[in-house]
Design a protein around this ligand. Structure first.
Ligand SMILES: Cc1ncc(COP(=O)(O)O)c(C=O)c1O
Length: 387
């Protein structure tokens, strides 16, 4: 245990010690922390569906019909018709031949990449890709080649170097901590030219981007040219789980080879029912993502006017870059005292020297919520000499 204590001490000294904050109410524009009502500006509940009555009803009805546990892995006793229905609906949503649901987005990335690639492969990976992608690459045993963030020159240079080796280019569709969108058109062109497979992680784009809310392939009109579209059900869809959508042969293969799918108990029926209902809402209420993106655009404009150093994005993720970890934590703490909850994001989640407050908005934030938050962010930013 000595080495654990020593490591924890080092983490503390670097200002990177993490503690959990407990919410006492649903994820909504407002929640409750330690008995106090606060504005929540950091949830991935982008469409504001986590506390939606229709989703709650769907969960209750599934519990009444099927009980609360799935009782086994999908390949033993854990599959319900609901799982099949969700996979069919996801395939329709993504306009692919088929899809497969995993228990989390993390497991979808891990299982898919490790199933597909092996030590004879090369995987080209954006430097800011999510940890689950990196872990999937490592688990696969493939040669991992990291290219500079969204830098197509660097990608091309590296791809050329490994010509002739089976390979995969994998990227976040929307980068989780930066909110920017991957240059998918360029990535697809490079992949096609050098016969590489493409995989996009749409965790933060599902339900948010594209004319149908179906993610970055939908946004760029590239659905037929991306081989593997992975995503989560846990963010805009307000549920849990991950999915992979693509050709039928890919899905059949993953059912046989993706260990995180095979060796884990299936998601509970109520979780699947919630995902199904959320997909229906994404289809029927495109205005939710319109309002969300308008909120995000307006909020960014106001932050810039106030003098904050932000990375402008076309998504609801808005990073306010602070720099040092301690300063980001202090900013976050002071905001919480003022009733605004935006936790600090520090290394190793983001690169050293880029600690930040990662603002993420919901469609259900009102302009009053956002104006009030802006005032408080400005006030605290001025007191701490950030602006
Ligand atoms: C880009 C990205 N991929 C994958 C995941 C993992 O998804 P999940 O939370 O469903 O495991 C996340 C979420 O944290 C993410 O941000």
């Amino acid at each position: 245990m000595k080495h654990i204590m020593a490591d924890l001490q080092k983490i503390k000294e670097r200002g990177l010690y993490r503690e959990l904050t407990y919410l006492d109410a649903a994820q909504g524009p407002r929640t409750v922390i330690e008995g106090k009502s606060v504005l929540l500006l950091s949830s991935n509940n982008y469409l504001g569906l986590c506390n939606d009555e229709r989703l709650k009803k769907a969960a209750i009805s599934a519990i009444e019909n099927y009980g609360v546990g799935s009782g086994g892995s999908r390949l033993t006793t854990g599959s319900y018709k609901l799982h099949k229905e969700l996979e069919e609906r996801l395939a329709q949503f993504k306009q692919t031949e088929a899809s497969l649901v995993f228990n989390t987005g993390y497991m979808a990335n891990l299982g898919t990449i490790a199933a597909l690639a092996d030590r004879n492969w090369v995987v080209f990976c954006d430097r800011l890709n999510h940890a689950s992608i990196i872990d999937g690459c490592r688990l696969s045993g493939a040669k991992l080649i990291v290219y500079k963030h969204c830098d197509m020159e660097d990608l091309l240079k590296k791809v050329k170097k490994y010509q002739g080796i089976p390979g995969l280019i994998v990227t976040d569709g929307v980068f989780s901590m930066d909110g920017d969108i991957a240059p998918l058109e360029d990535i697809v062109e490079i992949a096609e030219r050098y016969q590489l497979i493409t995989m996009v992680d749409d965790a933060h784009a599902t339900g948010v981007l594209g004319p149908n809310g179906a993610g970055t392939a939908d946004y760029f009109g590239l659905k037929d040219r991306i081989d593997i579209q992975m995503g989560t059900l846990s963010k805009a869809l307000a549920s849990e789980g991950g999915y992979v959508a693509g050709k039928q042969c890919l899905i059949d293969y993953l059912r046989h080879r993706a260990k995180s799918f095979i060796y884990s108990t299936a998601l509970a029926p109520q979780t699947i029912a919630v995902s199904l209902k959320a997909l229906e809402i994404v289809k029927e209420q495109p205005e939710l993502r319109k309002v969300l993106l308008e909120n995000a655009k307006w909020f960014q404009e106001q932050l810039i006017l106030a003098g904050f150093k932000i990375r402008e994005t076309k998504t609801p993720i808005i990073p306010i870059i602070i720099g040092e970890a301690d300063a980001a934590v202090q900013f976050s703490r002071r905001l919480l005292e003022e009733g605004i909850y935006i936790p600090a994001i520090r290394p190793p989640t983001v690169p050293e020297g880029t600690s930040r407050l990662r603002v993420s908005l919901m469609a259900t934030h009102t302009r009053e919520d956002l104006s009030y938050s802006l005032e408080k962010i400005k006030e605290v930013g001025q007191k701490l000499d950030i602006i």
